[in-house]
Ligand binder design. Structure first.
Ligand code: NAI
Length: 242
């Protein structure tokens, strides 16, 4: 049994579909159209999500954290609550039940800030966002994804000792409803003007294939890693940093 958050749309829906095609049973978690309907932007919702999954499967073969919102949503704190706390609290809440592996969907945006400069590292994100003006959504998104990647890396010893692997994928622009909403927002021109070396958007199915690989037995020595799946953007922008 594999739990997938954000299973109702985009990358999460593609992951759930690929896993079911491969013969796995999937517990989808989402706001709606899922086995467990819960709002990961609140503490109560996160507790309900964890409880709902454990009610259906006291032991899990895998966990995939896809639920997220983009930089365009009106309340930037919502971005941090869903993308960061909605990932990390579910990760920690389900860790005792996990027997296999977990993958969290971070983003290429995770590398746009250093952890030492990330207000989430000091718990000052609300104050920092109050001063951020028109860039608040963009900053909150980068901070939330940087914090998810750091949280995964910080868990590598404890999870490894328990025999549970944990990795992140960092997509660039992937053609999903989240990207379409971004294109329709004030960030649309910036998204359109950037072209990765592979000059197209990724597909949810391409990201799902990587996630399914990372969950599976052929990835048995991959732990604590972040995989860019971005058409070459990370190498283009940061050729000497890796
Ligand atoms: P999507 O909008 O198609 O799917 C996101 C899912 O998360 C939706 O089903 C939505 O209902 C769910 N969700 C949102 N808020 C929630 C909440 N409060 N509680 C429970 N579920 C909630 O978006 P997409 O593109 O599939 O995004 C999946 C992940 O990939 C997100 O974490 C996103 O940040 C990340 N990502 C997406 C990229 C893209 O270009 N599409 C690029 C890099 C990362």
């Amino acid at each position: 049994m594999i739990a997938v958050t954000g299973a109702a749309s985009g990358i999460g829906a593609a992951v759930a579909s690929a896993l079911r095609t491969a013969g796995h049973r999937v517990i989808g978690v989402d706001l709606r159209d899922a086995e467990v309907c819960a709002d990961l932007s609140t503490s109560d919702g996160r507790r309900a999500a964890i409880g709902g999954v454990l009610d259906r499967a006291p032991e899990l073969d895998g966990l995939v954290l896809c639920a997220g919102v983009g930089p365009h949503v009106p309340d930037p704190m919502q971005i941090i609550e869903v993308n960061y706390r909605g990932a990390v609290e579910v990760l920690d809440g389900l860790f005792p039940a996990l027997r296999g592996a977990a993958v969290a969907v971070s983003s290429s945006a995770s590398t746009m800030v250093r952890w030492a400069d990330n207000p989430i590292s000091r718990g000052t994100e609300a104050a920092a966002l109050a001063d951020a003006g028109e860039f608040a959504g963009h900053l909150a998104y980068s901070w939330s994804k940087n914090a998810v990647t750091v949280a995964v890396r910080q868990r590598v010893a404890e999870w490894g000792a328990a025999g549970v692997r944990l990795n992140t994928v960092a997509p660039g622009a992937v053609d999903t409803p989240l990207l379409q909403a971004g294109l329709a927002s004030r960030y649309g021109d910036a998204i359109r003007s950037y072209q990765p070396p592979i000059a197209r958007h990724g597909t949810p199915e391409e990201v799902a294939a990587l996630i399914v690989y990372l969950l599976g037995p052929h990835a048995g020595y991959i732990h604590g890693a972040q995989f860019a799946i971005d058409g070459g953007s990370d190498a283009l922008m940061r050729p000497t940093e890796f």
